[in-house]
Design a protein around this ligand. Structure first.
Ligand SMILES: [Zn+2]
Length: 399
């Protein structure tokens, strides 16, 4: 079986003045077209209860370009403008499906500046990317290679609030293929003291640099706080320093989580995790600060999309499941288990490492759902009995 996985590869680039002007003009036209089409659709619905679709807005765009006051729309590539109408269509589809709010107007200051080019509007040859209406290829910093022989199908150019330019290339990744099935399953507990504890008994520590990086961040933040009343230049410098340390922490953490999730997905067919929510993690103090909320949700999302790529299954067990307090040998539920208690002995005689026991229970609960819930839509009911578990749907890959 071959699967087609599209992945986005994002890079910094440095436009020439001419390119920057062209792109800024394009961003402006994209915003203009999007907003006009949104206004037209809103008006049609409000006044005539009429639904306007993509094709109608596309015809409108053609008409707008012929008018004198909107003739400037002809100066930029038409593809990003068409793509803006498609994005608006997607936004309306999501709205009608009750998945999102009514589409909003794009603001000059707050909205993300971006333009999307499909293959008719760019040329990719010999590792050089040239956009429509431009003579020169973009000066891209190829911080990591594209997969061998990969050809981008869509290219998105954007500029962030700090003025940095990015180009994102959507390519089919031939390196991603389903792995041969394996019988192994693992329960994964996000515990105290360790990043993760597996039902196999393995404990995965936080990377050694994490603590040092955090100390560095705390120092930079204290420094910034001291400069709060100082002059503007020093304060800006201190703020940049904090941003830099923070970016370094998140980069290194992402690398670490990538390696970890790839390994876990390769080794196991079924991966059972706890369906933690941010609120829960913060309030019960169960997790060490090293695996912060961000790290856990990042871990989970990586695990889920990689499982989808490689033909594996991720099962999230309800967060009210008493994974720590349940004896994984005899099934007796303990009344209380204070956080400080790292090992305990059950009346049945089994002695447990708290986190390993929790991971084993997660695994057992997950496998129970997997066995009886195959082909059944997952239930989202939350139950405090510990019997209800939610089965995770395989998420769609983001472009
Ligand atoms: Zn027991």
């Amino acid at each position: 079986m071959t699967i087609h996985v599209k992945r986005a590869y994002r890079y910094r680039f440095y436009p020439t003045d001419v390119q920057a002007a062209e792109l800024s003009r394009t961003f402006g036209c994209v915003r203009k077209v999007y907003n006009m089409a949104l206004a037209a659709r809103t008006e049609a619905w409000a006044l005539r209860q009429e639904r306007i679709n993509y094709n109608t807005t596309s015809a409108m765009l053609t008409a707008w370009k012929k008018t004198e006051e909107l003739a400037f729309l002809n100066d930029v590539s038409s593809v990003p403008l068409q793509q803006a109408l498609r994005h608006l269509q997607t936004a309306f589809t999501a709205f009608f499906a009750k998945q999102s709010k009514y589409p909003r107007f794009k603001s000059r200051k707050k909205s993300r500046k971006s333009a999307e080019y499909t293959s008719s509007a760019f040329r990719f040859r010999d590792g050089k990317l040239t956009l429509a209406k431009m003579d020169q290829p973009l000066d891209i910093v190829w911080s990591r290679p594209l997969p061998e022989g990969a050809l981008p199908s869509t290219v998105t150019v954007s500029q962030d609030a700090a003025g940095r330019w990015f180009v994102s290339l959507l390519v089919e990744d031939p390196t991603v293929q389903p792995l041969p099935a394996t019988g192994s399953a693992v329960g994964i507990d996000a515990g105290l003291g360790h990043l993760l504890t597996l039902s196999t008994g393995e404990k995965i520590a936080n990377p050694g640099h994490e603590r040092r990086d955090r100390a560095r961040l705390a120092r930079a933040q204290r420094n910034l706080a001291r400069k709060a009343r100082g002059d503007g230049a020093n304060r800006a410098k201190a703020r940049r320093k904090v941003a830099k340390v923070y970016a370094r922490i998140t980069d290194r953490r992402r690398d670490h989580l990538h390696k970890l999730t790839t390994r876990l997905v390769r080794e196991n067919q079924t991966l059972v995790i706890e369906d933690l929510t941010v609120r829960n993690m913060l309030s019960n103090g169960k997790l060490s600060r090293a695996i912060s909320d961000a790290a856990w949700s990042q871990f989970r999302s990586m695990l889920e999309y990689k499982a989808a790529w490689y033909g594996r299954e991720v099962i999230a067990v309800d967060r009210w499941f008493p994974s720590s307090k349940l004896c994984s040998v005899c099934g007796t539920l303990r009344g209380k288990l204070p956080l400080g208690v790292r090992t305990w002995t059950c009346d049945c005689g089994a002695t447990h490492d708290r986190d390993v026991n929790a991971a084993k229970n997660l695994l057992a609960a997950g496998l129970a759902v997997s066995a009886c819930g195959a082909g059944v839509r997952p239930q989202r009911e939350s139950s405090r009995t510990g019997q209800s578990v939610t089965k995770q749907e395989v998420p769609r890959r983001e472009p």
